[in-house]
Ligand binder design. Structure first.
Ligand code: FAD
Ligand code: SF4
Length: 484
């Protein structure tokens, strides 16, 4: 228990300092700073070590949260970093991007009435600070087994698997079609939530641990045959990239953008520009003609409407605000309480000037050659319906048009498994997700004993921390397989 058992009564929950809204929308930097040692110690002392740590259970990787709080309080930072890595191969990343209000912090005993312990910010503090002070995972006792595993996909699932394999003395070679590691950590999640030098630091740490990355390397049918032949096992962590099609009339009009290509192109542009703020690279004059696919960044002065209510939609609205849109409106077909993403991200978007229109079903995108608006109708929960995902009725006679120059489609993603999996006997379910965990199978083993899979290609589009969980468990399972 903390030095002061009732610290939470005296000391309020305080997140690290936040960039003022007027500053943050001018650039791409993360909006939250970090704690200094005193703040981290004080905030961790708010943990009452309640004896029944619901936070640990709600955390998908079951982090030892009260234990690292105590280590931070006692100034034992390197031990806290080592403990954080016992359960989570990417703690500094989850500390930044997890929807903590739905996970660990939502389950904190203090959440009701006092304000949850700032678990994510402390997790980030531990690892960022330990790395800055030179701490690295200690693999000095690892005995090499001579076994080798290929990993397809350098997203969080692939990285977590690689971490567990090298800790077990198994060589991990990670193949990715992109030029940088991270998957959606690098090319999907915008830098104002996760700066890309955080991922670069993690790459150095993993390489220091012995992980080998083979980038710019798309695995096709022939390459997969080679991997299956040459390696002791293969972990497939290729993500979920098939956009859900809203099937709206007018989707092909000039000015309609798909969310992920928009975010990926912007991530590449920001990466190429290093730390320059957008103000340094955007043309000063507002465009007068609508934006189109060939110039997805020309949003200055445009009225942007984003369709969807998840993480991707939040990232699109906040990116559009930073690209100088005249107005940004998010249209979601259910009510605010049913939004799947983090409450914190919705609040951040509101603070940055985004307008939310709830309970509106998009019916069509209007315009002759270019977008002029989105036709919507009010919705309400169907009689007897309860909870998210249940049916909603369109209210008769409620149709209106929201004016728009640019419409971004952010309806979510489905798994997009490679066609070459079939020839290895890997089964898919009806939604295209890879089937794992069959009877007598090891965790995350597919129907092909040498091939494991995890992350979004098994779950459908989900979270970074669940992908980390899958990669970790698959890595441990492969180590078990190869030890027999
Ligand atoms: P990915 O991260 O998609 O990585 C898959 C990797 O496989 C990619 O690098 C890809 O290039 C590679 N690959 C695919 N096919 C091949 C091939 N044939 N050969 C070689 N390489 C291949 N989650 C959160 O927890 N918090 C958030 O704030 C959040 N924001 C998000 C914002 C956006 C815009 C999106 C789209 C998702 C967001 N998510 C968020 C979800 C999260 O990013 C994903 O759930 C997570 O990245 C899935 O990890 P993964 O390793 O399964 O796949
Ligand atoms: Fe919370 Fe995510 Fe960290 Fe778990 S990994 S403690 S859910 S921030």
């Amino acid at each position: 228990m903390g030095a002061k058992p009732f610290q939470f009564l005296e000391l309020k929950r305080a997140m690290p300092r936040e960039l003022p809204v007027a500053v943050r929308v001018l650039g791409w930097n993360e909006i939250y700073g970090g704690y200094d040692a005193d703040d981290a110690k004080q905030q961790s002392q708010r943990c009452i070590d309640c004896g029944n740590p619901y936070c640990e259970w709600k955390c998908p990787v079951h982090n030892y949260i009260p234990n690292w709080m105590k280590l931070v309080e006692e100034g034992r930072l390197f031990e806290a970093a080592a403990l954080a890595h016992e359960t989570n191969p990417l703690p500094e990343i989850c500390g930044r991007v997890c929807p903590q209000d739905r996970l660990c912090e939502g389950a904190c005993t203090l959440a009701t009435g006092f304000g949850a312990v700032t678990i994510g910010a402390i997790e980030k503090y531990i690892v960022d600070t330990a790395f800055r002070q030179g701490w690295r995972p200690d693999l000095s006792n690892v005995v090499r087994t001579g076994r080798r595993v290929a990993i397809v996909g350098a997203g969080p699932a692939g990285l977590a698997c690689a971490d567990r394999l090298v800790r077990a003395g198994i060589e991990a070679h990670v193949y990715d079609r992109y030029e940088e590691i991270g998957g959606l950590l690098t090319f999907g999640i915008p830098p104002f939530k996760l700066e890309k030098d955080v991922v670069a630091t993690r790459r150095h740490v993993l390489e220091h641990m012995g992980v080998r990355f083979v980038l710019n390397s798309e695995i096709d049918a022939a390459a997969m045959r080679t991997l299956v032949r040459d390696y002791d096992a293969v972990f497939v962590a290729t993500g979920a990239y098939t956009p859900v099609d809203g099937k709206l009339p007018g989707q092909s009009l000039d000015g309609v953008l798909e969310a992920l290509p928009f975010l990926v192109a912007n991530a590449r542009r920001v990466l190429a520009k290093g730390s320059e703020s957008f103000a340094d690279v955007t043309p000063a004059s507002a465009r007068t003609s609508p934006a189109n696919d060939s110039d997805p960044f020309a949003l200055a002065g445009q009225r942007v409407v984003v369709l969807g209510g998840g993480d991707t939609a939040m990232d699109c609205v906040r990116t559009s605000a930073r690209l100088g849109a005249a107005s940004v409106t998010c249209v979601y077909r259910r009510d605010e309480a049913s939004m799947p993403g983090s409450r914190r991200e919705v609040q951040n978007a509101r603070d940055e000037g985004v307008r939310f229109v709830f309970e509106r079903q998009p019916l069509a995108i209007e315009g002759s050659s270019a977008v002029t608006g989105v036709r919507v109708a009010e919705t309400r929960a169907a009689p007897g319906a309860g909870g998210r995902g249940t049916a909603r009725d369109v209210v008769a006679g409620s149709e209106t048009t929201l004016p728009a120059d640019v419409v971004i489609l952010a309806f979510g993603f489905r798994a997009s498994p490679a066609p070459w999996l079939a020839e290895h006997g890997v089964a898919l379910d009806g939604d295209g997700r890879i089937v794992v965990n069959g009877a007598n199978a090891l965790p995350f083993q597919t129907r092909s004993p040498k091939i494991f899979a995890g992350g979004d290609n098994v779950r459908g589009a989900d979270l970074v921390v669940t992908a980390v969980h899958d990669g970790r468990e698959a890595g441990l399972a492969i180590a078990r397989l190869l030890s027999t």
